[in-house]
Design a protein around this ligand. Structure first.
Ligand SMILES: C[S@@+](CC[C@H](N)C(=O)[O-])C[C@H]1O[C@@H](n2cnc3c(N)ncnc32)[C@H](O)[C@@H]1O
Length: 267
Protein backbone atom coordinates (compact mmCIF):
# COMPACT_ATOMS: atom_id res chain seq x y z
CA UNK A 1 0.00 0.00 0.00
CA UNK A 2 1.40 3.39 -1.01
CA UNK A 3 1.82 6.01 1.71
CA UNK A 4 -0.62 8.32 -0.09
CA UNK A 5 -3.31 5.61 -0.12
CA UNK A 6 -2.75 4.93 3.58
CA UNK A 7 -3.05 8.67 4.30
CA UNK A 8 -6.39 8.84 2.46
CA UNK A 9 -7.76 5.76 4.22
CA UNK A 10 -6.57 7.12 7.54
CA UNK A 11 -8.35 10.44 6.94
CA UNK A 12 -11.52 8.67 5.82
CA UNK A 13 -11.54 6.49 8.95
CA UNK A 14 -10.94 9.51 11.20
CA UNK A 15 -13.68 11.58 9.55
CA UNK A 16 -16.22 8.77 9.77
CA UNK A 17 -15.41 7.24 13.16
CA UNK A 18 -12.93 9.41 15.08
CA UNK A 19 -10.54 6.44 15.17
CA UNK A 20 -6.93 7.69 14.95
CA UNK A 21 -4.69 5.31 13.05
CA UNK A 22 -1.06 6.02 13.93
CA UNK A 23 1.83 5.70 11.44
CA UNK A 24 2.57 2.27 12.92
CA UNK A 25 -0.86 0.94 11.86
CA UNK A 26 -0.11 0.58 8.13
CA UNK A 27 0.50 -3.18 8.32
CA UNK A 28 -2.65 -3.67 10.39
CA UNK A 29 -4.79 -1.65 7.97
CA UNK A 30 -3.33 -3.54 5.03
CA UNK A 31 -4.07 -6.92 6.59
CA UNK A 32 -7.60 -6.04 7.67
CA UNK A 33 -8.60 -4.52 4.35
CA UNK A 34 -7.02 -7.33 2.31
CA UNK A 35 -9.76 -9.76 3.33
CA UNK A 36 -12.47 -7.41 2.08
CA UNK A 37 -10.55 -6.81 -1.15
CA UNK A 38 -10.31 -10.54 -1.78
CA UNK A 39 -14.07 -10.83 -1.43
CA UNK A 40 -14.48 -8.06 -4.01
CA UNK A 41 -11.70 -9.47 -6.23
CA UNK A 42 -9.84 -6.16 -6.08
CA UNK A 43 -6.06 -6.60 -6.00
CA UNK A 44 -4.85 -3.03 -5.68
CA UNK A 45 -5.29 -0.84 -2.56
CA UNK A 46 -5.72 2.40 -4.51
CA UNK A 47 -8.43 0.72 -6.63
CA UNK A 48 -10.18 -0.30 -3.41
CA UNK A 49 -10.05 3.30 -2.23
CA UNK A 50 -11.64 4.44 -5.52
CA UNK A 51 -14.29 1.79 -5.04
CA UNK A 52 -15.17 3.12 -1.57
CA UNK A 53 -15.36 6.71 -2.81
CA UNK A 54 -17.52 5.75 -5.80
CA UNK A 55 -19.99 3.80 -3.65
CA UNK A 56 -22.56 6.47 -2.91
CA UNK A 57 -24.72 4.05 -0.90
CA UNK A 58 -22.13 4.20 1.91
CA UNK A 59 -22.15 0.40 2.22
CA UNK A 60 -18.46 -0.01 1.39
CA UNK A 61 -17.19 2.56 3.85
CA UNK A 62 -19.20 0.77 6.53
CA UNK A 63 -17.60 -2.52 5.44
CA UNK A 64 -14.20 -0.91 5.76
CA UNK A 65 -14.96 0.42 9.25
CA UNK A 66 -16.19 -3.06 10.22
CA UNK A 67 -12.86 -4.44 9.01
CA UNK A 68 -10.69 -1.79 10.68
CA UNK A 69 -12.32 -1.64 14.12
CA UNK A 70 -10.88 -3.72 16.95
CA UNK A 71 -13.67 -5.66 18.63
CA UNK A 72 -11.82 -7.52 21.40
CA UNK A 73 -14.15 -8.06 24.35
CA UNK A 74 -15.29 -10.75 26.76
CA UNK A 75 -17.92 -11.54 29.38
CA UNK A 76 -16.90 -10.04 32.77
CA UNK A 77 -13.93 -8.35 31.10
CA UNK A 78 -13.27 -5.95 33.96
CA UNK A 79 -14.78 -7.73 37.00
CA UNK A 80 -14.40 -4.72 39.34
CA UNK A 81 -16.83 -2.78 37.13
CA UNK A 82 -19.52 -5.42 37.49
CA UNK A 83 -18.93 -5.66 41.26
CA UNK A 84 -19.49 -1.91 41.36
CA UNK A 85 -22.67 -2.20 39.27
CA UNK A 86 -24.00 -4.84 41.71
CA UNK A 87 -23.24 -2.75 44.75
CA UNK A 88 -24.80 0.46 43.42
CA UNK A 89 -27.87 -1.08 41.80
CA UNK A 90 -28.63 -3.15 44.92
CA UNK A 91 -28.64 0.13 46.87
CA UNK A 92 -30.87 1.88 44.30
CA UNK A 93 -33.36 -1.00 44.26
CA UNK A 94 -33.45 -1.20 48.06
CA UNK A 95 -34.24 2.51 48.10
CA UNK A 96 -37.22 1.86 45.82
CA UNK A 97 -35.99 2.59 42.26
CA UNK A 98 -38.61 1.38 39.76
CA UNK A 99 -36.94 2.40 36.48
CA UNK A 100 -33.25 2.09 35.60
CA UNK A 101 -31.49 3.04 32.37
CA UNK A 102 -28.00 1.93 31.30
CA UNK A 103 -25.82 2.44 28.22
CA UNK A 104 -23.02 0.23 26.96
CA UNK A 105 -21.51 2.76 24.58
CA UNK A 106 -19.14 0.53 22.58
CA UNK A 107 -20.77 -2.82 23.00
CA UNK A 108 -18.80 -4.79 20.38
CA UNK A 109 -20.19 -8.35 20.02
CA UNK A 110 -22.48 -7.99 23.04
CA UNK A 111 -20.53 -9.56 25.91
CA UNK A 112 -20.47 -6.32 27.93
CA UNK A 113 -24.20 -5.47 27.80
CA UNK A 114 -25.17 -9.11 28.29
CA UNK A 115 -22.89 -9.31 31.36
CA UNK A 116 -24.63 -6.19 32.67
CA UNK A 117 -28.01 -7.79 32.02
CA UNK A 118 -27.05 -10.99 33.89
CA UNK A 119 -25.98 -8.99 36.94
CA UNK A 120 -29.09 -6.80 36.80
CA UNK A 121 -31.41 -9.79 36.44
CA UNK A 122 -29.76 -11.36 39.50
CA UNK A 123 -30.36 -8.24 41.58
CA UNK A 124 -33.87 -7.47 40.43
CA UNK A 125 -35.23 -11.03 40.46
CA UNK A 126 -39.01 -10.69 40.19
CA UNK A 127 -39.32 -7.15 41.57
CA UNK A 128 -41.30 -4.75 39.37
CA UNK A 129 -38.29 -2.74 38.20
CA UNK A 130 -38.20 -1.61 34.57
CA UNK A 131 -34.60 -2.06 33.38
CA UNK A 132 -33.24 -1.29 29.92
CA UNK A 133 -29.70 -1.32 28.55
CA UNK A 134 -28.98 0.58 25.37
CA UNK A 135 -26.04 -1.15 23.64
CA UNK A 136 -24.39 0.68 20.75
CA UNK A 137 -21.44 0.28 18.41
CA UNK A 138 -20.34 1.84 15.13
CA UNK A 139 -19.85 -1.57 13.51
CA UNK A 140 -22.96 -3.07 11.93
CA UNK A 141 -21.23 -6.45 11.87
CA UNK A 142 -20.88 -6.64 15.66
CA UNK A 143 -24.43 -5.39 16.15
CA UNK A 144 -25.67 -8.26 13.96
CA UNK A 145 -23.60 -10.74 15.99
CA UNK A 146 -24.95 -9.29 19.24
CA UNK A 147 -28.54 -9.64 18.05
CA UNK A 148 -27.81 -13.22 17.04
CA UNK A 149 -26.50 -13.67 20.60
CA UNK A 150 -24.76 -17.03 20.26
CA UNK A 151 -21.44 -17.63 22.01
CA UNK A 152 -19.01 -20.51 21.74
CA UNK A 153 -17.93 -22.60 24.74
CA UNK A 154 -14.66 -20.61 24.89
CA UNK A 155 -16.41 -17.25 24.84
CA UNK A 156 -18.96 -18.22 27.49
CA UNK A 157 -16.25 -19.58 29.85
CA UNK A 158 -16.09 -16.47 32.12
CA UNK A 159 -19.82 -16.81 32.90
CA UNK A 160 -20.24 -18.93 36.07
CA UNK A 161 -21.90 -22.29 35.42
CA UNK A 162 -25.05 -21.53 37.47
CA UNK A 163 -25.65 -18.28 35.54
CA UNK A 164 -25.03 -20.00 32.22
CA UNK A 165 -27.74 -22.52 33.05
CA UNK A 166 -30.11 -19.82 34.17
CA UNK A 167 -29.75 -17.29 31.36
CA UNK A 168 -28.51 -19.16 28.25
CA UNK A 169 -29.88 -21.94 26.12
CA UNK A 170 -27.42 -24.59 25.03
CA UNK A 171 -27.52 -25.37 21.34
CA UNK A 172 -25.86 -28.03 19.22
CA UNK A 173 -24.10 -31.19 20.20
CA UNK A 174 -21.62 -31.55 23.03
CA UNK A 175 -18.48 -31.23 20.95
CA UNK A 176 -19.70 -28.24 19.01
CA UNK A 177 -22.18 -26.36 21.11
CA UNK A 178 -23.07 -22.71 21.41
CA UNK A 179 -24.82 -20.83 24.15
CA UNK A 180 -27.69 -18.66 22.97
CA UNK A 181 -28.73 -15.71 25.09
CA UNK A 182 -32.09 -16.44 26.71
CA UNK A 183 -35.25 -14.33 26.63
CA UNK A 184 -34.81 -12.75 30.06
CA UNK A 185 -31.56 -11.06 28.96
CA UNK A 186 -32.71 -10.25 25.42
CA UNK A 187 -35.71 -8.32 26.73
CA UNK A 188 -33.40 -6.04 28.66
CA UNK A 189 -30.94 -5.06 25.90
CA UNK A 190 -31.63 -2.83 22.90
CA UNK A 191 -28.89 -2.83 20.22
CA UNK A 192 -28.35 0.12 17.87
CA UNK A 193 -25.64 1.31 15.55
CA UNK A 194 -24.21 4.57 16.88
CA UNK A 195 -21.17 6.72 16.17
CA UNK A 196 -19.57 8.10 19.33
CA UNK A 197 -17.61 10.69 17.35
CA UNK A 198 -20.69 12.39 15.91
CA UNK A 199 -21.99 15.18 18.12
CA UNK A 200 -24.40 15.98 19.70
CA UNK A 201 -25.72 12.54 20.60
CA UNK A 202 -29.41 11.92 19.77
CA UNK A 203 -30.01 10.76 23.34
CA UNK A 204 -31.99 12.69 25.91
CA UNK A 205 -31.44 10.62 29.04
CA UNK A 206 -31.52 10.79 31.93
CA UNK A 207 -29.40 7.66 32.25
CA UNK A 208 -28.31 6.05 35.50
CA UNK A 209 -25.03 4.51 34.37
CA UNK A 210 -22.83 4.50 31.27
CA UNK A 211 -20.16 1.92 30.45
CA UNK A 212 -17.77 3.34 27.86
CA UNK A 213 -14.84 1.00 28.04
CA UNK A 214 -11.88 0.33 25.81
CA UNK A 215 -12.88 2.64 23.00
CA UNK A 216 -11.62 6.09 24.03
CA UNK A 217 -8.07 4.83 23.48
CA UNK A 218 -8.77 5.01 19.74
CA UNK A 219 -9.74 8.70 19.82
CA UNK A 220 -7.77 11.92 20.18
CA UNK A 221 -8.10 14.25 23.14
CA UNK A 222 -10.53 16.57 21.38
CA UNK A 223 -13.04 13.78 20.65
CA UNK A 224 -12.60 12.26 24.12
CA UNK A 225 -13.37 15.66 25.67
CA UNK A 226 -16.56 16.04 23.63
CA UNK A 227 -17.63 12.50 24.53
CA UNK A 228 -17.21 13.16 28.22
CA UNK A 229 -19.32 16.33 27.91
CA UNK A 230 -22.08 14.38 26.17
CA UNK A 231 -21.94 11.62 28.80
CA UNK A 232 -22.27 14.31 31.45
CA UNK A 233 -25.32 15.77 29.69
CA UNK A 234 -27.21 12.47 29.35
CA UNK A 235 -26.46 11.15 32.85
CA UNK A 236 -28.68 12.08 35.76
CA UNK A 237 -27.10 13.74 38.80
CA UNK A 238 -25.59 10.94 40.97
CA UNK A 239 -25.28 8.77 37.86
CA UNK A 240 -22.02 7.00 36.97
CA UNK A 241 -19.63 6.89 34.03
CA UNK A 242 -17.36 3.84 33.84
CA UNK A 243 -14.41 3.76 31.44
CA UNK A 244 -11.76 1.09 30.79
CA UNK A 245 -9.00 0.58 33.35
CA UNK A 246 -6.40 1.62 30.81
CA UNK A 247 -8.25 4.86 30.09
CA UNK A 248 -8.34 8.10 31.98
CA UNK A 249 -10.52 11.15 31.55
CA UNK A 250 -8.60 13.18 34.11
CA UNK A 251 -8.49 16.82 33.08
CA UNK A 252 -11.61 16.56 30.92
CA UNK A 253 -14.07 15.32 33.55
CA UNK A 254 -15.48 18.66 34.65
CA UNK A 255 -18.46 17.97 36.92
CA UNK A 256 -17.41 14.36 37.49
CA UNK A 257 -15.78 13.07 40.66
CA UNK A 258 -13.47 10.07 40.33
CA UNK A 259 -14.58 7.73 43.11
CA UNK A 260 -12.51 4.66 42.15
CA UNK A 261 -10.04 4.00 39.34
CA UNK A 262 -11.99 4.44 36.05
CA UNK A 263 -15.33 5.12 37.82
CA UNK A 264 -16.79 8.65 37.83
CA UNK A 265 -19.79 10.10 39.64
CA UNK A 266 -21.79 12.97 38.12
CA UNK A 267 -22.04 15.47 40.95
C1 LIG B 1 -12.24 -3.04 22.04
S1 LIG B 1 -13.98 -2.95 21.76
C2 LIG B 1 -14.57 -2.66 23.41
C3 LIG B 1 -15.77 -3.50 23.75
C4 LIG B 1 -16.26 -3.42 25.20
N1 LIG B 1 -16.66 -2.09 25.57
C5 LIG B 1 -15.21 -3.91 26.16
O1 LIG B 1 -14.62 -3.13 26.90
O2 LIG B 1 -14.96 -5.13 26.17
C6 LIG B 1 -14.13 -1.35 21.00
C7 LIG B 1 -15.42 -1.17 20.23
O3 LIG B 1 -15.57 0.21 19.92
C8 LIG B 1 -16.22 0.32 18.67
N2 LIG B 1 -16.00 1.65 18.11
C9 LIG B 1 -14.89 2.17 17.53
N3 LIG B 1 -15.12 3.42 17.11
C10 LIG B 1 -16.38 3.73 17.46
C11 LIG B 1 -17.21 4.87 17.29
N4 LIG B 1 -16.76 5.97 16.69
N5 LIG B 1 -18.48 4.83 17.76
C12 LIG B 1 -18.95 3.71 18.37
N6 LIG B 1 -18.23 2.60 18.54
C13 LIG B 1 -16.96 2.60 18.10
C14 LIG B 1 -15.58 -0.80 17.86
O4 LIG B 1 -16.38 -1.17 16.75
C15 LIG B 1 -15.43 -1.91 18.90
O5 LIG B 1 -16.51 -2.81 18.86
Amino acid sequence: MKTATFEQIRKMVYDRSGICLGDNKLALVRARIAKRMRALKITDYSRYLEYIVSDESGVEIQQMLDAISTNVTSFYREPAHFDFLDQVVTRWVEKGARQLRFWSAASSTGEEPYTMSIELAEIIEDRPVDVKILATDISTKVIRQSLHGCYSVDKIAPVPENLRRKYFVRQGTNGNSDYAVGERLRQMVIFRQFNLSSFPYPIQGPLDMIFCSNVMIYFDRQIRGKMVNEFYRVLRPEGYLIVGHAESITGMAKGFKCIKPSIYLKE
